[in-house]
Each structure stands twice: as structure tokens, then as C-alpha cells.
Design a binder for this molecule. Structure first.
Ligand SMILES: NC(=O)c1ccc[n+]([C@@H]2O[C@H](COP(=O)([O-])OP(=O)(O)OC[C@H]3O[C@@H](n4cnc5c(N)ncnc54)[C@H](OP(=O)(O)O)[C@@H]3O)[C@@H](O)[C@H]2O)c1
Length: 259
């Protein structure tokens, strides 16, 4: 079996940049998402530019059976996932009562359940090898309640809490788990979430490439939590000091203008 990095949500945004950075380092990457044309175009680009092995696998991770199928297909390719990057995710920007129930539960299936399944599937072999790592993409939304984007914020609170907890369980095991918490990032996220992008927000956003670069660097340095952007680093401190209802009021003001 050959070592490989598996990146979910690799057809766009932060996931595509993780893949691009790793391919440039000569790593074998398995890239997965729903859009086959995007994955194949990226695979061609990486093979052409770096002569690396790239395996695109189409999967809808909001479907229950997809995580196991993805693991089986990876094994069938003779690849051992030594690094897992759980990046696929989406948000919905609207009052909760207006959100289509199917779409809201799909978000939970993708942002929470698929991430948990993939972690559970690949972690034991990493532990046995006493090497490897997992990057779970959370958000600074993980630190506070998010009116008008409630399910998304809550899903990211799960990702952060889950990742920090298993990082603790894995201390000294040789396996590193990192929760990556980006702030606003340029990608397709805003469009998918149905958010209106303000000029100010666009100016404050970081590029997907920079977020992926900081995430990889922090993970390799063994950090359990990586927050991108100087201002965003204050989020955990503010969240600890401010009352939750004040945090909800501030988040509501930010989100209502965009929902
Ligand atoms: N952009 C931000 O401001 C921001 C801030 C903090 C955290 N994040 C987090 O960063 C991660 C990456 O988001 P992004 O900003 O790069 O957004 P993006 O450009 O919209 O990329 C999302 C990726 O997830 C994939 N995806 C969506 N639904 C899927 C499904 N059902 N099954 C499999 N793959 C699916 C998409 O591919 P297909 O459509 O081809 O399936 C795409 O590759 C997410 O977890 C997001 O919550 C983003």
C-alpha cells in the first residue's frame, strides 16, 4: 500500500488549494467531491504540473453509505490514507424556520456525520502505525451561536469540540488531529450559502490558498487548533469573556445583513 492524503470537498475553494499545495510537494492525493468534471480537471492539472499520482473519486458525502465506499475505493487503489483532510462542508444563510428541512439535515450529514465517519474509519490504522494526521475544517463560527445561520454555526461547534476531544485522546500517540478555524475566505461558500457578499467582507476575506497553507503548517507543527487571520485569533478569548446572548446579538447583526 502506498501512502496518500485524502481531501474531501476538493473540487473548489479551500479543499482544491489543500490538494494543489500537497501535489506541488509531490504527495499522492485522493480528491473527492460531487462534481466529476472539476475533479478531473484538477487531477490533470496536478499530474501535468508535478508528475504526481492523483486519484479523483466522485462521492456525495451527505449520503450515509459514501464514507465507507470512499474508504473501500481508496483501498482498492492500493492506497493507505496517512493524512485525512475533512474539508467538505456548506452553510445556509436564512432564518432557521425558513430553511428547507432536507437541506438543513444534509448539512448535518455532511458537516458532522461524514466527517465523524471518515475519522472513525481511518483513525485506527493511523494509531496502529503511530503516525499520520487528520485536519478537520471547522470555522470561527464554532466559537459562538449564529442567528440566521444557526445550523451551520452549531455544526462547526461540533467539529471543533469533537476534534479537540480526540486530539486529547491521541496525545503522545504519534497521530495529530487539528481543527482548522478559518474566518471569511474567498471560495464558492458564500454563493452556495445564499449570502450576499459585501465589499467590506470581500476585503477582509483571506484567499483559500492562504487558509490551506496556514492549516497545513499548523497541523505539521502539531497544533490542535489553527485559527487563520490575526483578528480571528481573538475569537476564543472573546467567546470566553462575553455573555452568550451578547455573542448571539453580534453574530445576528453580521449575518442578518448577509442572509
Ligand atoms: N469560505 C468561508 O468563508 C469559510 C469560513 C470558515 C470555514 N469554511 C469551511 O471550509 C470548508 C470548505 O469550504 P469552502 O469555503 O472551500 O467552500 P466551497 O468553495 O463551496 O467548497 C466546498 C466543497 O465541498 C464540496 N461539497 C459540498 N457538498 C458536498 C457533498 N454533499 N458531498 C461531497 N462534497 C461536497 C464541494 O464540492 P461539490 O459541490 O463538487 O460536491 C466543494 O468542493 C467548509 O467546511 C466550510 O464550512 C469556509
Amino acid at each position: 500500500m502506498k501512502p496518500a492524503t485524502l481531501i474531501t470537498g476538493a473540487s473548489a475553494g479551500i479543499g482544491a488549494e489543500f490538494a494543489r499545495l500537497l501535489a506541488a510537494e509531490g504527495e499522492t492525493v485522493v480528491i473527492t467531491a460531487r462534481r466529476k468534471d472539476r475533479l478531473e480537471a484538477l487531477a490533470e492539472e496536478f499530474r501535468g504540473a508535478h508528475g504526481v499520482r492523483v486519484e479523483p473519486i466522485v462521492a456525495d458525502l451527505a449520503l450515509k453509505e459514501s464514507a465507507e465506499r470512499l474508504a473501500e475505493e481508496t483501498r482498492a487503489l492500493g492506497l493507505e490514507v496517512t493524512t485525512l483532510i475533512n474539508n467538505a462542508g456548506f452553510g445556509l444563510a436564512s432564518p432557521f424556520a425558513d430553511q428547507p428541512l432536507d437541506r438543513a439535515t444534509q448539512m448535518l450529514e455532511l458537516n458532522i456525520v461524514a466527517l465523524t465517519r471518515l475519522t472513525r474509519i481511518f483513525l485506527p490504522a493511523m494509531q496502529a502505525r503511530r503516525a499520520g494526521g487528520i485536519i478537520n475544517v471547522a470555522s470561527i463560527a464554532a466559537f459562538l451561536p449564529g442567528p440566521y445561520m444557526s445550523v451551520y454555526y452549531a455544526s462547526k461547534a461540533y467539529v471543533l469540540s469533537f476534534s479537540e476531544a480526540i486530539a486529547h485522546e491521541l496525545r503522545g500517540s504519534g497521530v495529530v488531529v487539528t481543527a482548522l478555524c478559518p474566518g471569511a475566505t474567498q471560495s464558492e461558500f458564500q454563493e452556495v450559502a445564499g449570502m450576499t457578499e459585501t465589499a467590506l467582507l470581500r476585503r477582509l476575506s483571506m484567499s483559500s490558498r492562504e487558509v490551506a497553507r496556514l492549516g497545513l503548517a499548523g497541523h505539521r507543527a502539531g497544533k490542535p487548533v489553527v485559527i487563520t487571520g490575526a483578528g480571528n485569533k481573538l475569537a476564543p478569548l472573546v467567546a470566553r469573556l462575553a455573555p452568550r446572548n451578547l455573542l448571539a446579538r453580534v453574530a445576528a447583526r453580521v449575518q442578518r445583513g448577509r442572509a
